[in-house]
Design a protein around this ligand. Sequence first.
Ligand code: ADP
Length: 493
Amino acid sequence: MSLSSDILVPVLLFLVVLLFFFLLISLSKARKLRSSLSKLMISFKELDDQAKLIVRTDLELNKTQEDLDRRLNGLDALQKISRLVTTTLDETEIFRRLDQPLLTELGFEKYLVLLFSSEGQLHPHVNFGFSPEEVSGLKTALENFDRLVEILKEEGLVSSHKGPQTLREIFKLNALLKYFVLTPILAQNDTPGLVIAGNQTGHASITEGDEELLSILADQIGQAISNARLFEKVYRSSQMQEIKVQDRTKQLSTALEEVNKISKAKSEFISAVSHELRTPLTSIKGYAALLMTGKLGQIPEKVQERLDKINKHSDNLVKLINDLLDISRIESGRIEMKRNEYHLKPMIESVADLLGPQLKDKGIHFVSEVPDGLPPLLVDGSQIERVFINLVSNAIKFTPADGTITIKVERNPDHLLVSAADSGIGIKKEDLSKLFNEFYRVENEINQNVKGTGLGLALTKKIIEAHGGKIWVESQVNKGTTFFFTLPFDRKS
Ligand code: ADP
């Protein structure tokens, strides 16, 4: 018994110590486990937070993506609308091109474009989504809104979260619009109208991007309206100009008809008077000639002198009458140019021969510069010779002794250019334009002493024109005068 209790006590003690030792170990393990558990709990919470953050970020990203898509769609639609409205110059067509599917892509549910009339009333030109009652309510309220245009110009635009409260009330009251944008259409310092866009659905609020989009749309419409109105103005004024030109042309052709009538009457009158004068003049000249022969009795010397004068004056008068008759006949086309092939060189030589005595008298040098091998001209030889005689006689008359007269002919593709130049007294600038008028004679010393009719150049011009040519003159006082005229090769009539 005592042995067993001796052994048992230490064993029990040992066991108790062992147990205590194990208890201590377990306690420390439990403590470690608990601390690991709490660490795990923290990590788990952190993971949970991060997961929530990821979900939240993902949602936000999705929303931003949607917004971006909407903006991109809007911008794309805006670009299409811009291209459409700015490529027409017809104002009605601008609004026809603002069609619903495109506008809807800008991101609003309803659209209304109103234009001011000249009396300041608003008229709808585009309407998608607004009922007639809503349009009429908005129109009246906006028309009566004090300083609407000024406010819009100052603010740039008004929307459901920007601008006067009173305007917001108008949209809520008349169109039940919680979200809206109202922008002015600006065109060349003018505000021709308004663009309204809005969303009725509660969640579809207006962003700054939406406002910007609508403002660009209004600008594009304004630009298109400006172009169309400017074009209309230019087109109208060009039409007015055309009408004026037509009126003027009509007036001018009536005046021309009148001038032709008068000119015809003048030619007929001159022709009749000349005929009437020519007959008695021929008798006067005949009688004077008869008296001068002495067949009707001896004529005293003094009477003879007078008769000689009568004869000379009659000759001058006959020349004047013949020139007058020819001018009026050529003018009325009653003288036909008898055309044949002529070379100018021999014609000029024959004129120089004819006027040789006068040239010699004044000691004037005559030079003719006509190139060889010129083709013949189809002209009335006697009339063209008359032209040369007139020009050279005048040149002799107005060139002092020892001067030079040069006739030059130049070949051009379709005509010959003839010039008759002298080294004479010349003609003042102010007289040049009147030189070819009938009876015009420059007032100078030579004309005061030498008789002339003032018909030579008028007749010369008529003859050249009847051949399809042109005549003009250049001159310098005290240096000389040059007459130029052209004669075409191919004129058949
Ligand atoms: P007329 O010789 O009978 O006066 P013309 O019609 O031939 O009539 O000429 C009109 C006027 O033109 C002349 O009076 C003269 O004043 C001027 N004139 C013509 N040819 C010349 C010339 N070569 N040099 C200067 N003046 C000229």
